[in-house]
Design a protein around this ligand. Structure first.
Ligand code: DX5
Ligand code: ZN
Length: 221
């Protein structure tokens, strides 16, 4: 998985012309398509499922699709998303009774596997499954909606996760999701993140390329 990847969250895209909007954001330099799946059960919002993932692949999207599952239970929908062409599949440990099994299920399909930690969820369980995760995703907002403010305590948590990854010796990406923008992306990187989800900051801007270029400039600084 590419380092310093910028992953626009299509939660803030125009769903009436999703294919065009995804093409536009990739042409503007995005690396990964972040695909938020909400079930009105695990989180209080309802979005899109495997059919839309497959439609984007069929439309010709070549960039990795990063499926962020905010659904409970997770196992059956993992199979469906793998068939639909998902490249990365991440889920919340609270949403499955068997975290280890669900991680193995993701990898059994050849997808990159990841665990997502809510702002108040401890990283403790990682020590038991470090060899089974390709991505650790820290939520810097409470999941369910775009456009929320970054929770500052996440910076310390990123440092904690970065230390765990470095000490493990595994090649694990550290992804951050929620309230990321041009103004804070540099300090988020300095805290240890190397994959950056941004929804409203990119899709809410007039010029995707300009916004992504500004983010890259911050990451390089
Ligand atoms: C929230 C989603 C995020 C969301 C981020 O539950 O997981 O991916 O789209 O949106 P912004 O970047 O606007 O905070
Ligand atoms: Zn997300």
């Amino acid at each position: 998985i590419k380092k310093d990847a910028i992953a626009p969250s299509i939660l803030s895209a125009n769903f009436a012309k999703l294919g065009e909007d995804v093409d536009a954001v990739l042409a503007a330099g995005a690396d990964v398509v972040h695909f938020d799946v909400m079930d009105n059960h695990y989180v209080p919002n309802l979005t899109i499922g495997p059919m839309v993932c497959k439609a984007l692949k069929d439309h010709g999207v070549k960039a990795p699709i990063d499926v962020h599952l905010m659904v409970s239970p997770v196992d059956r929908i993992i199979d469906d998303f793998a068939s639909a062409g998902a490249d990365y599949i991440t889920f919340h440990p609270e949403a499955t009774g068997h975290v280890d099994r669900s991680l193995q299920l993701v990898r059994s399909h050849g997808c990159k596997s990841g665990l997502v930690f809510n702002p108040s969820t401890s990283l403790d369980i990682l020590k038991y499954v470090m060899d089974k995760v390709d991505i650790i995703l820290l939520m810097s907002v409470n999941p369910g909606f775009g456009g929320q403010a970054f929770i500052p305590a996440t910076l310390d948590k990123l440092r904690e996760a970065r230390k765990l990854i470095d000490e493990s010796g595994y090649d694990i990406s550290l992804e951050i999701d929620g309230g990321v923008g041009v103004k804070n992306i540099k300090e988020i990187k300095e805290a240890g993140a190397d994959m950056f989800v941004a929804g409203s900051a990119i899709f809410g801007s007039d010029d995707y390329k300009k916004t992504i270029d500004l983010m890259r400039k911050e990451l390089a600084a």
